[in-house]
Ligand binder design. Structure first.
Ligand code: PLP
Length: 367
C-alpha cells in the first residue's frame, strides 16, 4: 500500500523536543530546562488574561492593533512596522517560508538556535551552518558561506544555547558585507537581560536597512511563554509579505491582552531583569568553584560543560539532578552532548541546583 509522502526534506526534520517539565516523584520539579522567567508573569498580565475569558467566542483582532501600539509606545517604534506572531518561532518559520524554498540556503552559526534549521528544512531549503569560535558566532565564517543561493542569515543575539553575543560593531560588520538581497534576522529573544555596553539588539540596523529584521518575544523576560507571543520589526515591504503569509488570526485575544498589560508593568520587567543580573553571575561563580566549565552568558541561562568521564559526564549529571527533582536541558540536539544548560531560577532553586551539583561532583558517580 502506498501512503501519501510529504515534500522532500520534511522527513529529515527531527521534531523539536522542548525542555522536560516533569520528573518522576518530584512535585513540583525545579524546571530549569526552557529559559522561562524565574519570576513568572506580571500579575497585571494574568489579570488581563482572565478578563479575556469573557470574549472567548469572538475572533481576535487579526491586526493586533492595541498590542502593536503598546509595543510601539514601549520601544518607540512605528506600529506599522511591527508584525506579531504566535511566539517568535512562528515568525521565524513564516520568514523562511516566505523568502526561501527548495534550492535556497539559510545561513546560521553552528550552535545557533535550533528553530532556524528546522524552519529551513520544513520549507525545503538547505540549512548552512558556519563554524564558531569558542561557541560564539564568527562573522568571517558566516560571510565566507554566503552564496548566490543564500536567502536569510539568522543570528540569535544573544544566542541560545551558548549565551554568547556579538557586539554592535560585529553585527554592523556582518550586515554591511551581506549582499543586499539577503535578509539578516537578528533574533533578540533575550535582549532584555543583556547589560553589556557594546550590545545591540539589532533595532538600530533594522531601522536603517531594509534587509534587517529584529525579532523579540514575550516568552522570556515577560514570562508569558504559555501564551505564545512574539513580534518583529521590519521594513514595510517585509511587513506586507508577512501579513500575506501569516494566518489571519495568528495571535489569540488572551495573548494580545496579556501582552499589552505586561508591557505596561515596567516594575515587573525591572524586577525580572534585576533578579537575573544578581543570580546568573552567582550561579556561574558557584558552578566554576565546583570545577565545572561555565561558558560566559549574557542571557538568563548558563551552558555548562561536564568532564568526558563516565559517571561524571553530562548524562550522569542529568540523571543525578533529576533524582533530586531538578530538570536541566540536555544539549545533544545541538551537538553539545557534554553540556547541560541551566535556566536561572528563583533563589531557592539556584541554591538547590548548586547543592545538588556539589554532591554530584564530590561523589564523582552521583552515588
Ligand atoms: C533564541 C531564541 N529565539 C526564539 C525563541 C522562541 O521563542 P518564542 O517562545 O517566542 O517562540 C527562543 C526560545 O527558546 C530562543 O531561545
Amino acid at each position: 500500500m502506498t501512503i501519501p509522502r510529504p515534500r522532500p526534506g520534511i522527513l529529515e526534520i527531527e521534531p523539536y523536543v522542548g525542555g522536560k517539565a516533569e520528573v518522576a516523584g518530584a512535585v513540583p520539579a525545579i524546571k530549569l530546562s526552557a529559559n522561562e522567567s524565574a519570576l513568572g508573569p506580571s500579575p497585571r498580565a494574568v489579570e488581563a488574561y482572565r478578563e479575556a475569558a469573557s470574549s472567548l467566542h469572538r475572533y481576535p483582532d487579526g491586526g493586533c492593533t492595541a498590542l502593536r501600539a503598546a509595543i510601539g509606545r514601549r520601544f518607540n517604534l512605528d506600529p506599522a512596522r511591527i508584525v506579531c506572531g504566535a511566539g517568535s518561532d512562528e515568525l521565524i518559520a513564516l520568514l523562511v517560508r516566505a523568502y526561501a524554498g527548495p534550492g535556497d540556503e539559510i545561513l546560521m552559526s553552528r550552535h545557533g538556535f535550533l528553530m532556524y534549521k528546522l524552519a529551513a528544512l520544513a520549507a525545503g531549503a538547505h540549512p548552512v551552518l558556519a563554524p564558531e569560535r569558542d561557541l560564539r558566532a564568527d562573522v568571517e565564517a558566516l560571510l565566507a558561506r554566503v552564496t548566490s543561493r543564500t536567502r536569510i542569515c539568522f543570528l540569535a543575539n544573544p544566542n541560545n544555547p551558548t549565551g554568547s553575543y556579538l557586539s554592535a560593531e560585529e553585527l554592523a560588520a556582518l550586515r554591511s558585507r551581506l549582499p543586499e538581497d539577503v535578509l539578516l534576522v537578528v533574533d533578540a529573544a533575550y535582549a532584555e537581560f543583556v547589560e553589556a555596553a557594546d550590545y545591540s539588539d539589532g533595532l538600530a540596523l533594522a531601522r536603517a536597512h531594509d534587509n534587517v529584521i529584529m525579532t523579540r518575544t514575550f516568552s522570556k523576560l515577560f514570562g508569558l511563554a504559555a501564551l505564545r507571543l512574539g513580534w518583529m520589526y521590519a521594513a514595510p515591504p517585509i511587513v506586507e509579505v508577512m501579513n500575506r503569509v501569516r494566518n489571519p488570526f495568528n495571535v489569540s485575544t488572551p495573548a494580545q491582552m496579556a501582552g499589552v498589560a505586561a508591557l505596561d508593568d515596567l516594575d515587573h520587567q525591572e524586577r525580572a531583569r534585576r533578579h537575573n543580573a544578581q543570580w546568573r553571575p552567582w550561579l556561574a561563580e558557584r558552578l566554576r568553584l565546583l570545577g565545572l566549565e561555565v561558558y560566559p552568558s549574557v542571557a538568563n541561562f548558563l551552558l555548562v560543560r561536564f568532564p568526558a568521564e563516565p559517571g561524571r559526564d553530562a548524562a550522569a549529571a542529568e540523571a543525578f539532578l533529576e533524582s533530586r527533582g531538578i530538570i536541566p536541558r540536555r544539549m545533544d540536539e545541538y551537538g553539545l552532548g557534554d553540556c547541560l544548560r541551566f535556566t536561572v531560577g528563583l533563589e531557592q532553586e539556584n541554591r538547590k541546583l548548586v547543592e545538588a551539583l556539589h554532591a554530584f561532583t564530590a561523589s564523582g558517580d552521583g552515588a
